[in-house]
Design a protein around this ligand. Sequence first.
Ligand code: 5GP
Ligand code: ZN
Length: 112
Amino acid sequence: MEDCIFCKIANHVIESNYVYEDDLVAAFRDMNPQAPTHVLVVPKKHYANIVDDVPAETLAAMAHAVDEVAKAEGVRDSGFRVIANTGDDAGQTVHHLHWHVLGGTSLGEGLV
Ligand code: 5GP
Ligand code: ZN
């Protein structure tokens, strides 16, 4: 989608700090990290959020990317959190589906 920052980053129109990539998804570091590991997993195709009729194949690719990111960041065994802010009440600011992968420290028991 034109003028979507995550479409541009996922498809290398704008370069970023990538951690993992395959045909369907890209994973890159959040520009405002909230934890030592804070990586965004996004599909290369534009979906507004998790309830935008996302194909099962894309969701599976995103789950696989989470695993690859966790391995690459060394948080697969220690644990990490995956968050999908969806819509206004969740404070979604970028309206291109993305999963936050957070870890590298004890994340506490807030919210979830
Ligand atoms: P949301 O609140 O929509 O779930 O979070 C969007 C996230 O995207 C925020 O954590 C923000 O820091 C990150 N972000 C927004 N624009 C950019 C960008 O241009 N590059 C990167 N790497 N992260 C971004
Ligand atoms: Zn997009």
